[in-house]
Design a protein around this ligand. Structure first.
Ligand SMILES: Cc1cc2nc3c(=O)[nH]c(=O)nc-3n(C[C@H](O)[C@H](O)[C@H](O)COP(=O)(O)OP(=O)(O)OC[C@H]3O[C@@H](n4cnc5c(N)ncnc54)[C@H](O)[C@@H]3O)c2cc1C
Length: 365
């Protein structure tokens, strides 16, 4: 294959696609390859809540990217809608968190990060739970991630970004600590700058293709998550709800997602009856009216897990034209726009609006 581009991304989930869009906007030519169809792994399977669960319990490195992304999403969604006619359904429907034993920490975090909150009454309309200092965050949004992916893909095609699906990275050719080309299932691609944005597969690829590099290796492991979908009527549930370790997400068409499981160290996307029972018991108990609606889908996705949930976004210190943007664990959609901008800032040597330190490859795990 000929036609060299400035940037090649391996992995076309939300990280690969948004990073490609940022590079395009900076004037670079871009190729994205994916072993399957673009955006069909974790980025398709996720729920699309644009805030971590209990954000005050998370690392500052997560908060930084989430906050920056919160400000970027409205424009991103309206640009994509205008450019592609596909609505990614950015929807600031708010998030109700029913049980907050650590309410002081929660309110301190909201105040510090300028996230609006309301302490709500103990009775929560239509919901059957045992509230503990329930908190409503009225401006928190969701994104309908499968539609976000669809509109991003369309947008990149219209912009002339080269998107290669069913294109598996199979080996990497190096000379003097620089990647010269990659071999894929559909041919050889010359490389100027290579970015690995392969989600849960990133660490495997690094071990396979850079066996002699022991330090500066991202520690990312697969964490399976299963979800259910109920075909409810619009307005059955007005807001997203987090209740203990599970949540409900109402889409604009009435469909309600219920999630999720957290199953470590597996790439197996088989769904299980145990998970189905666990999530549907939770959903029907919390929102009894759901029993009137059919459960229409059950799926699993593989999150790119890191020990603290903080991703790796860095230029590789040992390979001159290799970078990583991966390991966003449970919050990849919430962190994606800012992560993509940071990756581009680092490679183009632009000043960055977020501190890059937490995302370094040489950080201590
Ligand atoms: C059940 C569930 C619920 C979630 N809910 C939320 C939520 O509410 N909010 C939120 O912010 N996040 C959520 N997440 C997490 C979020 O989905 C992920 O953090 C995010 O999608 C990661 O994006 P990614 O692009 O890094 O990975 P992926 O979307 O997994 O993309 C990686 C891509 O790399 C490709 N690839 C791998 N190996 C190769 C190779 N050798 N050659 C070519 N291509 C390759 C894969 O095919 C894949 O398409 C959830 C995830 C799950 C599973």
């Amino acid at each position: 294959m000929t036609s060299n581009t400035d940037i090649t991304l391996v992995g076309g989930g939300i990280m690969g696609l948004l990073t490609a869009r940022e590079f395009y906007k900076a004037g670079a030519t871009v190729t994205v390859i994916d072993k399957g169809f673009l955006g069909r792994e974790s980025s398709w399977a996720g729920g699309g809540i644009l805030l971590p669960l209990y954000p005050w319990r998370q690392q500052p490195g997560i908060t930084q990217l989430v906050k920056q992304s919160l400000g970027l999403y409205p424009n991103l969604a309206s640009e994509l809608l205008a450019e592609t006619d596909i609505d990614p359904e950015w929807n600031p429907c708010g998030l109700l968190i029913t049980q907050n034993p650590d309410i002081t920490a929660a309110m301190d975090w909201c105040n510090h990060n300028k996230i609006a909150f309301e302490e709500v009454e103990r009775r929560l309309g239509g919901l059957e739970t045992t509230p503990v200092h329930p908190l409503f965050l009225p401006h928190i949004a969701q994104i309908r991630n499968p539609r976000l992916i669809k509109s991003l893909k369309q947008d990149l095609l219209q912009k002339g970004v080269r998107l290669l699906e069913n294109c598996l990275l199979s080996s990497i050719n190096l000379e003097n600590n620089s990647v010269t080309s990659i071999n894929t299932s559909i041919g050889n691609l010359p490389i100027n700058q290579l970015i690995i944005s392969a989600g849960a597969w990133t660490s495997e690829l690094m071990v396979q293709f850079f066996p002699t590099i022991r330090d500066n290796r991202p520690q990312i492991s697969p964490v399976k998550g299963q979800m259910l979908l109920f075909a409810a009527k619009p307005d059955t549930l007005p807001t997203m709800v987090l209740d203990g370790g599970h949540y409900l997400i109402p889409r604009l068409d009435g469909h309600i997602l219920a999630g999720s499981t957290v199953e470590a160290n597996t790439f197996d996307k088989t769904t299980t009856s145990e998970a189905k029972d666990q999530i549907s018991d939770f959903a029907l108990k919390l929102l009894p009216v759901l029993k009137d609606y059919p459960l229409v889908k059950h799926w699993a996705g593989i999150r790119p897990g890191t020990a603290c949930g903080v991703p790796y976004i860095d230029k590789h210190p040992e390979i001159s034209n290799l970078s990583i943007n991966a390991g966003h664990f449970r919050n990849g959609l919430a962190m994606a726009p800012a992560s993509a901008q940071l990756m581009v800032d680092l490679i183009l040597d632009r000043p960055s609006s977020v501190d890059p330190e937490p995302y370094r490859l040489d950080r201590l795990v």
